[in-house]
Design a binder for this molecule. Structure first.
Ligand code: C2E
Ligand code: CA
Ligand code: CA
Length: 616
């Protein structure tokens, strides 16, 4: 019995077959139906989806034959794939030199006739056949051939679809630069280990100096560093451990089954050492370093996401103690991480709820003129959000916890409420002030920020000349795009005032101020509150005022708590002030009462600088 010769493209054909990852997999309902249909409609007792592997044919689906595979040497289909375009028809196997000695013909099940259509994929590889067989000699009619051809095409489509889906899944879990699992992949692997109740040690690794390499030597150099780090990490752990890239210059290592802190600390030191050796690139040597945080499951966290965050938190703490260090997650980290997770969960539920952000509202804090002229010049809108169990979460904790996307949602809700409040206060004649709105960097970077804000303001029945926009230095950093600057300038052009918030806390310096036409700078409360104790604060304020006035900007002193601070700020030339001395941030009703109390009948009179006790 002559075995079928190998197709000319056999090596690549086998590689293609492998790429479908279909051999030895479970039954597929759709393919089972196809073989049943093929048998039924052609009147044959046997129908198979046969895949021709290196030494065997394996049946992905089959009807009427009690085996899942046969040796390739006995396979009719091994002959069929030699002519991928044509069906192979065998009318009587006992009369065909290729098959008359075949044990499947001479013995059980006594095959006589065969009709097989090659399964040709879109790259042209014949993976196997869809075939129908009988134990009696038979010549198929045209209709039978057409039917099997059509069904064979469906089989190929099914296989290709499954491969595409599997690839998409793999892609979603894989980082393209290094080929390592990405954050989702790492989280999935860790979750799996935890479900199997296997302990593991998690390292969160942050590369130092990566930005340097990327900036000075280019993206190709950056990618080379990432790949080198990936390979060093892979080589320094066992095959069963998992290495992933979870962010731009962040990696993670999962040491599976390792629950011993001493051993894990040993591994931590070893990995830290190999990440402190420079990387050779294009004849130069690029500096490398890393800071690593570690956490253990199940000891430190009860789910994968929390474990990754714990390791991350430990890394941030280690970084605070100086780059290049290592650190373990602590009890305090665990509490912080749990609190952040609880905040995010409740916040997401709030966003999804019936009333959008039911837990959010706005408080408004007056900003008053120090030169005695027109009283309350603005009210600043400040976000307030309460967790159903934890209670109010202060903005300084809330904004970093929820990240830029949710912060935008919160900001939007806060602005809506602030604008509505201002519209009411203005309509009732209580104030002519503007409302000062804080915009986060992510919000400012939106391509449609002008239209978005203008739309919000209009919906409240106000004009852009009713608002003041507060941005922090962060927005003006080197990397800010010209488009963003243009957007802000456009808002200003349409009547909004523009203020630089928290001035003096960043490093951008006064030159940065000139990148954008500003109307005001708000001196950070840390300066204001040092007035009287610290001569340097005084000098800085004096210099800032002089520069700002030179540029035609007003200066606002923030965080004014005492009469002495107010007097000194005024003496140093600050134009406006905001702080607990005048008023705390208040809800709309409280602000309305506060304003009414200070508004003598019929007048737009100056508001006294000191809080006044209610008469009687
Ligand atoms: P900020 O923009 O500098 O707001 C002023 C902060 O100083 C407010 O804190 C206010 O309550 C506080 N403050 C006012 N007067 C005094 C005082 O006399 N003494 C002291 N110690 N503090 C005073 P708050 O409301 O906790 O907000 C903190 C920060 O959170 C804000 O700082 C701002 O950066 C951010 N934030 C608040 N609401 C929003 C918002 O809706 N959107 C955005 N993007 N950020 C917001
Ligand atoms: Ca502000
Ligand atoms: Ca501020």
């Amino acid at each position: 019995m002559p075995a079928a010769p190998l197709p000319a493209d056999e090596a690549s054909r086998l590689a293609a077959l492998q790429s479908y990852d279909v051999l030895d997999t479970d039954a597929d309902k759709a393919l089972d139906q196809i073989v049943a249909l093929a048998a039924d409609l052609t009147g044959n007792p046997i129908a198979l989806v046969s895949l021709v592997d290196e030494t065997r044919q394996w049946f992905k689906a089959g009807l009427g034959l009690p085996v899942r595979e046969t040796p390739r040497a006995q396979a009719f289909c091994a002959h069929a794939i030699l002519a991928p375009r044509d069906p192979l028809v065998v009318t009587d196997a006992t009369q065909d030199a290729r098959f008359q000695d075949n044990p499947l013909v001479t013995g059980e099940p006594g095959l006589r006739s065969y009709l097989g259509v090659p399964l040709v994929d879109s790259q042209g590889f014949a993976l196997g056949t869809l075939c129908v067989l009988d134990q009696v000699p038979k010549t198929p009619d045209d209709r039978a051939v057409l039917l099997v051809r059509t069904l064979a095409q469906s089989v190929v489509t099914n296989l290709e679809l499954h491969r595409a889906l599997r690839r998409a899944e793999a892609m979603a879990l894989t980082d393209e630069v290094t080929g390592l699992p990405n954050r989702r992949g790492i989280a999935a692997a860790l979750e799996q280990a935890m479900q199997e109740r296997r302990p593991a040690t998690v390292f969160a690794i942050d590369l130092d100096h990566f930005k340097e390499a990327n900036d000075s030597a280019g993206h190709a150099a950056g990618d080379a560093v990432l790949r080198e780090v990936a390979s060093r990490l892979r080589q320094s752990v066992r095959g069963s451990d998992i290495v992933g890239r979870i962010g731009g210059d962040e990696f993670a290592v999962l040491l599976m089954g390792l629950a011993d802190r001493a051993a894990a600390t040993e591994a931590l030191r070893r990995i830290s050492a190999i990440l402190h050796k420079p990387v050779g690139y294009a004849g130069t040597s690029l500096r490398l370093g890393a800071t690593i945080g570690a956490a253990m499951v199940p000891a430190d966290a009860d789910n994968a996401e929390a474990a990754l965050r714990m390791a991350d938190e430990a890394m941030v703490q280690a970084k605070r103690a100086g780059r290049g260090g290592v650190g373990w997650a602590s009890r305090a980290d665990a509490e912080r991480v749990q609190r952040v997770a609880a905040i995010i969960r409740a916040f997401d539920a709030d966003i999804g709820g019936a009333t959008v952000l039911a837990g959010a509202n706005v408080h408004l804090q007056p900003i008053v003129a120090l030169d005695g002229a027109p009283g309350v010049v603005a009210v600043e809108a400040l976000a307030r959000w309460s967790h159903p169990q934890l209670g109010p979460v202060p903005p300084a904790e809330l904004f970093p916890a929820i990240g830029p996307l949710r912060a935008s949602r919160l900001g939007e809700a806060v602005r809506d409420q602030a604008l509505a409040a201002l519209a009411v206060l203005r309509a009732s004649g209580l104030t002519t002030a503007r409302v000062a709105l804080n915009l986060s960097a992510a919000e400012v970077a939106r391509a449609d920020v002008v239209a978005h804000i203008a739309d919000q303001v209009e919906r409240a029945g106000l004009g852009l000349d009713a608002i003041e926009v507060e941005i922090t230095e962060e927005v003006l950093l080197d990397r800010v795009s010209n488009r963003t600057l243009d957007q802000l300038a456009a808002l200003r052009g349409r009547g909004a005032r523009l203020a630089l918030d928290d001035f003096g806390t960043g490093h951008s310096g006064l030159a940065q101020l000139l990148r954008l036409p500003l109307d005001a700078v708000k001196l950070d409360k840390r300066f204001v509150q040092r007035l009287g104790n610290d001569n340097r604060a005084e000098e800085i304020i004096r210099a800032t005022v002089s520069l700002a006035h030179g540029l035609g900007m007003t200066v606002v002193a923030e965080g004014v708590e005492t009469a002495q601070q107010a007097a000194m700020a005024a003496a140093l030339g600050c134009d406006r002030a905001q702080g607990f001395l005048y008023a705390r941030p208040m809800d709309r009703q409280a602000l309305s009462d506060w304003l009414a109390e200070r508004l003598p009948a019929g007048g737009d009179a100056p508001v006294p600088l000191r809080p006044r006790r209610a008469a009687g």
